[in-house]
Design a protein around this ligand. Structure first.
Ligand code: UD1
Ligand code: CA
Length: 461
């Protein structure tokens, strides 16, 4: 292979999205459209990736994850695809070899397909090789005009004759281009067309007249070159990506009870014999181990779930770690930087934030545990609350191994409950509780005998 460079066109407007957000930052299957394309580009290990931005350039730049060897070129104003590619020239001075041109709004293209494109392009010594597809409905696309077998020209829909509009082979907008003749040729493009734009597609005709080789590679699966121009197409593309991910998981031994309602992001991994019930969302960098059960309505983001964990219905887990054999939920909320130890239980209406719950510990009912370090085999009674915030600063609660916190207790941080200590139910703990002791922090009960019957008599009187 010769030197390889990738340019991604991303300066266009995306009018049909009807959005204040740049089109390429809309997410398909949990990743911005532009990220899908840049990942494909990265997989080719090119010498550089140049993203041409223009419309909403600053927003797009800010929303595009950083990648090695990626740079932004600015196209202002946007005068067409030929003009857009020309803006990459300063970044490619003196570069030789092959340029792959991708479109920011074509997220399904596989790196494998681009590799075949480059191989074919270089073997044939072509100046330009265009990726094409045969579509049932080619309306709107540039049409591939052939002279016998040979590629003759690309004619835009708006410039096509009625006869040319009948052609079903379309231009995907993806190309391999030899760098040597490219920029001089782009500079000489005209705008004598229906849209008064510099059409990159005119390059084909220009090269052919010069006797350079131009070629077209048709993709087997036209879905690979689907472009996203509207919300409907965004949903179509998302459905394809989601279904491919789910199929790969099932092939690897994961049970998806209802694949249509399993939303599992591109970077998520799930171990074998894990069962995913309907309506589950696994997002970001989530890792789920083997032999887990994830019940309906659970959402897990950027978290690690070890083997053999059961997550009951309607839990939300974000940025946290759940160790092997733990049981969570139903209706638990585990917020960032929490850690649930091996075989620990977190029950209904329990919220954890920046809290670690040691192995075998249980917080089964109605608790808020924030900024707390809880040892192993601790029993956190129903309704326990760590009062971690005094309106100004957050403070830590420490509960050591084997402690027992009676129901409906408040632990007013900073505070420590020592190993094996007991806190009586209904206590408001403001001072450290030494290991092995019992702390009772509630007022003593007063019982007035016959008070109610005496009241009746008083009331009548
Ligand atoms: C283009 C092709 C058409 C092809 C279709 C595939 C041309 C003239 N036509 O048409 O043959 O079938 O793509 O989807 O090339 N862009 C810029 N700057 C601009 C204009 C566009 O960066 O000034 C970018 C867009 O952001 C987009 C890509 O280029 O990523 C394609 O632009 P778009 O306006 O969608 O071109 P089409 O009219 O669809
Ligand atoms: Ca388009």
């Amino acid at each position: 292979m010769r030197d390889l460079h990738v340019v991604v066109l991303a300066a266009g407007k995306g009018t049909r999205m009807k959005s204040a957000v740049p089109k390429l930052l809309h997410q398909a299957h949990g990743l911005p459209l532009i990220e899908h394309v840049i990942r494909t580009a990265s997989a080719l290990q090119p010498a550089s990736i140049i993203v041409v931005v223009g419309h909403q350039a600053e927003l797009l730049r800010a929303g595009t994850p950083a990648h090695d060897r990626m740079a932004f070129a600015v196209q202002e104003p946007q005068l067409g695809t030929g003009h857009a590619l020309l803006q990459a020239e300063p970044f490619l001075r003196g570069a030789r070899g092959t340029l792959v041109l991708l479109s920011g709004d074509v997220p399904l293209l596989r790196a494998e397909t681009v590799r075949s494109l480059v191989a074919r392009h270089e073997e044939r010594g072509a100046a330009a090789t265009v990726v094409t597809a045969a579509l049932e409905d080619p309306a709107g696309y540039g049409r591939i005009v052939r002279d016998g077998d040979q590629l003759a020209a690309i004619v835009e829909d708006k410039d096509a004759t009625p006869e040319q509009r009948g052609i079903r082979e379309i231009n995907s907008g993806i190309y391999a281009l030899a760098l040597e003749p490219l920029f001089d040729a782009l500079r000489n493009l005209g705008t004598g067309n229906a849209q008064r734009e510099y059409y990159l597609t005119d390059l084909i005709d220009v090269y052919r007249r010069r006797g350079l080789i131009v070629d077209a590679m048709i993709v087997a699966d036209p879905r690979e070159v689907l472009g996203v121009n509207s919300r409907r197409e965004l949903a179509d593309v998302t459905a394809i990506l989601k279904s491919a991910k789910n199929q790969a998981l099932m092939a690897a031994g994961v049970t998806l009870v209802d694949p249509a309602s399993a939303y599992i992001g591109p970077d998520v991994t799930v171990g074998p014999d894990t069962i995913v019930q309907p309506g589950v969302h696994l997002e970001g960098k989530t890792v789920v181990g083997a032999n887990c059960v994830i019940h309906a309505g659970v959402r897990i983001v950027d978290s690690t779930i070890e083997d053999g964990v059961v997550i009951n219905n309607f839990c939300v887990i974000v940025g946290s770690h759940v160790s092997a054999g733990a049981r969570i939920g139903p209706l638990a909320h585990i917020r960032p930087e929490s850690r649930v130890g091996e075989n620990a239980h977190v029950g209904n209406f329990v919220e954890l934030k920046k809290t670690s719950l040691g192995s075998g510990s249980k917080a089964n009912h109605l608790s808020y545990l924030g900024d707390a370090t809880i040892g192993s085999h601790v029993n956190v009674g129903a309704g326990t609350i760590t009062c971690n915030y005094d309106g100004r600063v957050k403070s830590q609660t420490i509960i050591e191994d084997g402690a027992f916190i009676g129901s409906d207790s408040q632990l007013i941080a900073p505070v420590r409950v020592g190993a094996g200590a007991y806190v009586a139910a209904g206590s408001s703990i403001t001072e450290d509780v030494p290991a092995g002791s019992l702390a009772v922090a509630r007022s003593r009960q007063v019982t007035k005998d016959n008070w109610a019957s005496n009241k009746k008599i008083r009331d009548k009187g």
